[in-house]
Design a protein around this ligand. Structure first.
Ligand code: SAH
Ligand code: SF4
Length: 413
């Protein structure tokens, strides 16, 4: 059985140790999902193939895994028949287990998933007229304790591996029936015409599920590289957005090494309020965060940074807050858009959502300041799939316990 112990939690705002790149399996076989081509070749080499064969087979297998979505080595028709059982004995092509799938009345779908070592996490698919967005989790739980977020009431159980992260995208494609059809090994006219990847439902990915993606940097990077690989899932970096609560030291690396769009959970414009609702602010303050945004590699007027702002009644939603938001974004010359998120309630949450009139007034002020500020329509609220409602049953912590941990972590800094 794999290691299921809770990870030690080093305090609410410190980086967490990176999990193994492969979750061990009881049957000793290795799950190839999540591994880059080079690592697959190494494993084939360790299993006995010579270097040239290992490289060639890895290239073929990689294409079948990530571009065609097959889950059985027998389906790999350009690999010799005798080679396929050799692969099956040693390797598997995994997917996260689906514990439960729910469908909202507005079309949003939520899946409760389970890792091979028994940890639950969630994934959400949000269909729109012109796009379909998959909201992907990066951790089981979260070390941060944002006060309005349901995931924040969980402990961090562990980081998800690259395979568990990219596995969410693969599972979504399985469910939506979106792998290219046809036989690429016989590209004659007839079969080539079947080989199509157009008209997909899943067009965008947001790293906005459970967890703080920049505290699981290497695994998120590994997974997104597979998603962006032209011979893999082949999704453009322009269609991927990573949301961070403000892990300033990792933001530049994110832009340079991953290169996806950035969203920042700002949520407040004064130190007092942000300290309270997004506690990582005590470590990396608003000015430092906005400077890191101004320096974000790849940001431009064509690729703006999204500032997420949850609307909490009488907490962060005054006209004065809106004016200060405009001032700050302008002071740092940020290519910005603001996403106003009506607070999604959960049992025991200490806040209420702002009134629609308040949200409208806030949005108008930001808009008049020259910055687009749409209000995000809550999706999937009836199945608790909306922003900040994700939380698996395990690993509850009391508010008092979280406050104690936060105080202890601060004392350590
Ligand atoms: N940990 C990352 C990404 C996951 S949260 C981050 O914090 O950015 C995705 C977005 O949902 C964040 O902007 C988060 O602040 C917001 N959110 C969390 N709880 C919410 C709630 N109850 N209502 C509305 N938005 C919420
Ligand atoms: Fe973690 Fe993001 Fe929730 Fe904060 S908002 S507790 S960083 S998941």
């Amino acid at each position: 059985m794999a290691d299921t112990d809770l990870m030690s939690i080093p305090g609410q705002i410190d980086p967490v140790p990176v999990a193994r790149d492969i979750t061990p399996r009881e049957d000793g076989r290795v799950d190839l999902i999540g591994l880059p081509r080079k690592r697959i070749a190494e494993l084939f080499g360790e299993a006995g193939l010579d270097a040239k064969q290992a490289k060639l087979r890895a290239k073929q297998v990689f294409h079948w895994l990530y571009h065609r979505g097959v889950t059985d080595f027998e389906a790999m028709t350009d690999i010799a028949k005798t080679m396929r059982p050799w692969l099956t004995e040693r390797f598997v092509i995994g997917r996260p287990d689906v514990v439960e799938a729910q469908h909202s009345s507005d079309g949003t779908r939520k899946w409760l998933l389970r890792t091979a070592d028994g940890h639950d996490f969630e994934m959400v698919f949000i269909p729109d007229a012109d796009r379909g967005t998959l909201c992907v989790s990066s951790q089981v739980g979260c070390t941060l304790n944002c006060r309005f977020c349901h995931t924040g009431t969980m402990r961090l159980v562990r980081n998800l591996t690259p395979g568990e992260i990219v596995g969410q995208v693969m599972l979504a494609r399985d469910t939506l029936g979106e792998w290219p059809k046809g036989r690429m090994d016989m590209p004659d006219e007839e079969t080539e015409s079947e080989y199509t990847a157009d008209g997909r439902l899943l067009t965008n990915i947001v790293m906005m599920g459970m967890g703080e993606p920049l505290y699981n940097f290497d695994n998120v990077k590994g997974a997104l590289q597979l998603v962006m690989d032209g011979d893999g899932l082949a999704l453009s970096k322009r269609r991927i957005t990573l949301s961070t609560s403000g892990v300033v030291p990792a933001m530049e690396r994110c832009g340079e090494e991953i290169g996806v769009n950035l969203a920042v959970s700002l949520h407040a414009v004064t130190k007092d309020v942000r300290d309270e609702i997004v506690p990582i602010n005590k470590k990396y303050g608003i000015e430092e965060l906005l400077q890191a945004c101004a320096d974000y590699p790849g940001a431009s007027n064509a690729r703006r940074i999204t500032f997420e702002y949850v609307m909490l009644k009488d907490k962060n939603d005054s006209d004065e807050d809106a004016r200060e938001l405009v001032r700050l974004l302008k002071a740092f010359k940020l290519p910005a858009k603001v996403n106003l998120i009506p607070f999604n309630p959960w049992p025991g949450a200490p806040y209420e959502c702002s009134t629609p009139e308040r949200i409208r007034s806030f949005s108008n002020i930001v808009f008049e300041g020259g910055i687009s500020a749409p209000v995000r329509t809550p999706r999937g609220r009836d199945i608790d799939a909306a922003c900040g409602q994700l939380k698996t049953a395990a690993q509850k912590k009391s508010r008092a316990e979280r406050d104690r941990e936060a105080a202890a972590a601060e004392a350590k800094d």
